[in-house]
Ligand binder design. Structure first.
Ligand code: KIV
Length: 278
């Protein structure tokens, strides 16, 4: 098999084309990443895509929702992720108010995530007519866009909380329609968040690009989870999360052992000390 190499001879990141071609061939794995080590670990594990999600507002910065995250926050974290995973496709989330004011400003902001953040693509929540206009302009500026429908967390106030979407006929049909339109204007993939499994399946069949589910059931073309959720940093997680380990307990246990050993004079031990032959 020929390995794809860049001009410098290092292995290249997966491309947008490779991601699209996985539809109906192989499931796609995506994880969020926010810093050097989360990205490095995800790349080492062989993840297909890393999303620098605006969920960083909650899991990194401790905000109550994602609405306080700025474009500069995403740029800062995307650069760190890039340093940790330079051979993985990196998608940067466009935060609240970075694509709401005008088409021109939205294109400029998407460009900053590519030029300064060093992402290869951006993700945008929503599929209303205004969003479609903005997304089309960004794609026309040669920037790949990942769509995001269903429970779009930036709409938390409008939705009156984090609620499963597409449960009534009107919103079920609207989400299918929006997914079709996003596909038509050329998104390269579509995140579906917190929708009934049947809707996830129907949208997956209705669009030509991969769907990546988070609480959207088993029939999407791929899955994404928040790094801290799947590793068990967070105690309370939504139903759709599977914790693959329990880092919260492990970390608290390790730090508490460290504290105890300091108090009992067990740390540092001889092997942790420096000596001079004077
Ligand atoms: O910000 C984020 O982490 C996301 C994913 C959960 C899809 O948008």
């Amino acid at each position: 098999m020929i390995k794809c190499v860049s001009i410098e001879g290092t292995a290249m990141a997966k491309t947008i084309k490779e991601i699209i071609e996985k539809k109906n061939v192989e499931k796609i794995s995506m994880i969020t990443g926010y810093d050097f080590f989360s990205a490095k670990f995800a790349q080492e594990a062989g993840i297909d895509l890393i999303l620098v999600g605006d969920s960083l507002g909650m899991v990194i910065l401790g905000y109550e929702n994602t609405l306080f995250v700025t474009l500069d926050d995403i740029i800062y974290h995307t650069r760190a992720v890039k340093r940790g995973a330079d051979k993985t496709l990196i998608v940067a989330d466009m935060p609240f108010m970075s694509f709401h004011i005008s088409v021109e400003q939205s294109v400029r902001n998407a460009g900053l995530l590519i030029q300064q953040g060093k992402a290869q693509a951006v993700k945008i929540e929503g599929g209303n007519p205004l969003r479609l206009q903005v997304i089309k302009a960004i794609i026309d500026s040669e920037i790949p866009v990942m769509g995001h429908l269903g429970l779009t967390p930036q709409s938390v106030y409008k939705f009156s909380g984090y609620r499963v979407q597409g449960k009534d006929v009107e919103s079920y049909n609207r989400l299918i329609e929006q997914a079709r339109k996003l596909d038509e204007i050329g998104v390269f993939a579509l995140v579906l968040e917190a929708v009934p499994e049947g809707l996830g399946e129907e949208i997956t069949k209705a669009v030509s690009v991969p769907t990546i589910g988070i609480g959207a059931g088993r029939y999407c073309d791929g899955q994404v989870l928040v790094y801290h959720d799947l590793l068990g940093y967070t105690e309370q997680v939504p139903r759709f999360v599977k914790k693959y380990t329990d880092l919260h307990s492990n970390i608290v246990e390790a730090i508490s052992q460290y504290i105890q050993e300091i108090k009992k004079n067990q740390f540092p031990a001889k092997e942790h000390c420096y000596y001079a032959k004077i």
